[in-house]
Design a protein around this ligand. Structure first.
Ligand code: NIG
Ligand code: ZN
Length: 407
């Protein structure tokens, strides 16, 4: 028999389910949610809630989908405090800092990398994150990248190959590109679901990016691009042209980039999500990505933490949501949508039947709707508005992932 839970007396319920009359911008009051096994079985008025094996009284607090963090780099060792201090003293961020983490990561044992990853995933869970993508990209040799993918696959919901993060110190750029689009990709492909490339000055130019994306597609893998982070460039256009799931950072966009991202959702096929990374923009002292203009133009926007030791050493999605509201001009509803359902769309997990790295199929995530996976985040607050109204406060009261209480 599958165990059931009813969470009733919910003061404010964010579902993102248009069928429940609660898409972006509307919230249900006095609601209840019933969970059966790993799925949501029922959503409705608290007064009409059916009985279940266990009852949780939300006591008038707000319930929303668990955060979907669609962009992190958590397989690493070492620390970049000195680089951060230098940046706060006025030095600019440059892609080359990645090599500092590459050196520390290569020197770490499997157990050290896994312990660090486990610690960071637990930290994210405590903040309400129920789904997490993470990338390789601090190994940059075939064995080091494959080991990162294996370690990530034991703890993350999606693993992305980022061999094209930067040309490792001492390597010839052409030879490295041949490796990353050839033998390294061949070896890692069975253990990842997507390929990412850092298209930026100091990393990979447009031509190299196009080669990485084409090689990924030839292996049947999805693609993502780190694009337009430090300046204008071809990352967004290449991502859209190649049908990438997402292009992330998007700090420096011209009108054609915004039009391409919005236009990518107008045809039959799905488009490319614009993933903004507010904590990274702040930590690198870069302009905040134009999320308001992107939404205004009709683009699909996700918010992610970009947790990594160089540019964004936080997995706090609540902090990212608060920043998106306070500094990027999003409404609370838009920011919460971008950090939940937006992330699910960016990961290809917004529909039933997506597979995790262990080959297990799951129901859709990022929504609170009958049939969806029961990933739920109860706030110690009456409304999601408090995420921005009380920034920095620990508002996570309880978290369920696939129907199981994890916080
Ligand atoms: N932009 C590329 N990669 C990371 C930075 C990684 C690092 O500096 O260690 C990012 O998303 O910001
Ligand atoms: Zn990143």
């Amino acid at each position: 028999m599958t165990a059931s839970i009813v969470i009733d007396n919910i003061g404010e319920l964010t579902t993102h389910d248009p069928e429940l009359g609660a898409g972006i911008g509307s919230r249900m009051r006095d609601a209840a949610v019933v969970v059966e096994g790993e799925r949501i079985a029922w959503v409705g008025a608290s007064a009409a809630a059916p009985a279940a094996d266990t009852r949780v009284d939300a006591a008038g607090r707000a319930l929303l989908p668990g955060w979907v963090d669609s962009h992190t780099h958590l397989v690493f060792a070492g620390d970049r405090t000195a680089e951060f201090e230098a940046r706060m003293a006025g030095e600019a961020y440059a892609a080359g800092g990645i090599n500092v983490t590459v050196e520390a990561t290569r020197a770490a044992s499997d157990a050290e990398l896994e312990a660090n990853l486990t610690r960071l995933v637990a930290e994210a869970r405590r903040g309400g994150t129920t789904t997490l993508e993470t990338k390789t990209g601090y190994g940059l040799t075939t064995p080091d990248e494959v080991r990162a993918a294996h370690i990530a696959g034991r703890h993350a919901d999606a693993v992305t190959f980022l061999g094209a993060h930067v040309v490792p110190a001492g390597s010839d750029p052409d030879a490295y590109l041949d490796l990353v689009t050839g033998p390294m990709l061949d070896e890692i492909a069975p253990f990842v679901s997507a390929v990412d490339v850092f298209c930026e000055e100091g990393a990979f130019d447009g031509e190299a990016t196009a080669r990485v994306l084409a090689a990924a597609r030839a292996h049947g893998l999805s693609t993502r691009v780190h694009g337009n982070q430090l300046g204008h460039g071809p990352g967004v256009q290449l991502a859209v042209e190649s049908g990438a799931l997402s292009v992330d950072h998007v700090g420096f966009l011209d009108d054609a980039d915004i039009a391409a991202l919005a236009g990518s959702w107008r045809g039959e096929a799905r488009g490319t999500v614009a993933t903004v990374l507010p904590a990274c923009d702040l930590s690198t002292r870069m302009p905040l990505a134009p999320a308001r203009q992107l939404l205004g133009a009709g683009a699909v926007v996700a918010i992610a933490s970009n947790a990594n030791p160089g540019t964004s050493y936080t997995s706090s999605m609540a902090f990212c949501v608060a920043t998106a509201v306070l500094q990027m001009g999003l409404s609370v509803e838009e920011a919460v949508h971008a950090a939940t359902r937006g992330g699910a769309i960016a990961l290809g997990m917004a529909e039933d039947g997506w597979y995790d790295p262990r080959g297990v199929a799951h129901p859709r995530i990022g929504v609170i709707s009958p049939g969806a996976r029961a990933d739920l985040h109860l706030l110690d607050a009456p409304s999601v508005t408090h995420l921005a109204y009380r920034p920095g406060m620990p508002l996570t009261a309880a978290v369920w992932r696939a129907g199981g209480r994890v916080v």
